[in-house]
Design a protein around this ligand. Structure first.
Ligand SMILES: Nc1ncnc2c1ncn2[C@@H]1O[C@H](COP(=O)(O)OP(=O)(O)OP(=O)(O)O)[C@@H](O)[C@H]1O
Length: 361
């Protein structure tokens, strides 16, 4: 499959709403390598779909370039961009067989006469794990199978780029899990460049080579799932990818990759995230993941705290705890049969490895 790389340069889109001009996205830049799967992740309204629609050609950028290979495609019509789209609403033609549904795009091509349509459709259906269902109709397939047909219908056209907008959100939770592994398998098998929109952070982490995190039309950070989790550049990313306690602290000194930090009653030396800003003394945020905190006897550990609430959720106990400055934070303690339990109201110590906390400037 002749797949391509994609570069987005200084992309901006404004819409007119009533009398006002609203900026949906601004200053979006990314280089997507050939065969890479990038997820656009963020809460509702952050601009994910707008970016995808501009790459597809359904919207024209207010500013910026979209390069496929070295060609700027912003003025090309949708049909000549060679891209495949899969949407949440997969809308198969109900009166056509699965074969006809998948063959539809091929048959309407100018070069249809030169294509072995039977062979191409069979190959596409096999690729998505639906060998032999060609004679059935959409209402004879489950939701997950219909979504696979929607994918086959796009892949049969051998697009240069695959654009997917929340393709799994109509499926139930278990099927979603299965289908995301399937999508990744197929995408890697074909080596096709893919932009994938989701608001589900777990889906983004499991599927992607890299994730672009967006908030209010701005790129917060682009990185591999591991980079985003370990080195969030903003408190938004820290809290959106996984869960995070964000603690206010004071940096007194910077030394190499570390900062000397005053955090409540503790003096610590913690690693800082370079992408978060210029390292200098003053107010900082410390990101401490709930799963990295242990509850210990009062007087031990790094900080003192009081248990406000606790919830047993099966694989771990979630403790809601207040610090000496009255801030409420969470600690997740993994279940094991001999685990020590702390009662609501108990005064405790909080222990964590200094390597687990990071500083954001
Ligand atoms: N055609 C339009 N006219 C006016 N405003 C629009 C239009 N399309 C999008 N917007 C606005 O642009 C912003 C970004 O919308 P977009 O649909 O890209 O967000 P999203 O992150 O995909 O959200 P969701 O997850 O809810 O689909 C929103 O404030 C939205 O209201």
């Amino acid at each position: 499959m002749a797949t391509a790389d994609l570069s987005i340069r200084n992309l901006r889109k404004t819409f007119i709403k009533g009398k006002e001009e609203v900026t949906a996205i601004s200053n979006v830049n990314i280089d997507v390598a050939n065969g890479e799967l990038i997820t656009l992740l963020g809460p509702s309204g952050c601009g994910k779909t707008t970016i995808l629609r501009m790459v597809a050609g359904f919207e024209t950028p207010s500013e910026g370039e979209i390069l496929v290979g070295s060609e700027n495609i912003v003025n090309q019509p949708v049909h000549s961009r060679g891209m495949g789209f899969v949407f949440q609403n997969y809308a198969l033609f109900p009166h056509m067989s699965i074969f006809e549904n998948v063959a539809y795009g091929l048959k309407s091509r100018k070069d249809a006469g030169t294509i072995n349509i039977e062979h191409e459709v069979a190959e596409a259906l096999e690729l998505v794990g639906l060998k032999g269902v060609g004679s059935r109709f959409p209402n004879q397939l489950s939701g997950g199978e219909q979504q696979r047909v929607a994918l086959a219908r796009v892949l049969v056209l051998k697009p240069k780029l695959l654009l997917m907008d929340e393709p799994l959100s109509n499926l139930d939770a278990k099927l979603r899990l299965h289908m995301r592994t399937e999508i990744r398998r197929i995408q890697q098998h074909l080596g096709i460049t893919c932009l994938y929109v989701t608001h589900d952070q777990k889906e983004a982490l499991t599927l992607s080579d890299r994730v672009m995190v967006l908030s209010r039309g701005k790129v917060q950070q682009i990185g591999t799932p591991f980079e985003l989790y370990a080195n969030p550049a903003t408190t938004f990313v820290a809290d959106f990818i996984g869960q995070a306690n964000i603690l206010e602290a004071n940096a007194t000194r910077i030394e190499g990759d570390n900062a000397a930090i005053e955090l409540l009653s503790a003096n610590l030396t913690l690693r800082y995230v370079k992408a978060s800003g210029t390292a200098q003394a003053g107010k900082v945020s410390v990101v401490l993941r709930p799963e990295n905190i242990r509850l210990v006897e009062k007087g031990q550990g790094t900080l003192t705290a009081k248990v406000q609430n606790r919830f047993f959720v099966g694989d771990h106990m979630e403790y809601e705890i207040t610090l000496s400055n009255n801030q409420t934070i969470f600690a997740f303690v993994p279940y094991n049969p001999g685990m020590e339990l702390y009662e609501v109201g108990a005064e405790v110590g909080l222990a964590f490895d200094d390597k687990a906390a990071v500083v954001l400037f």
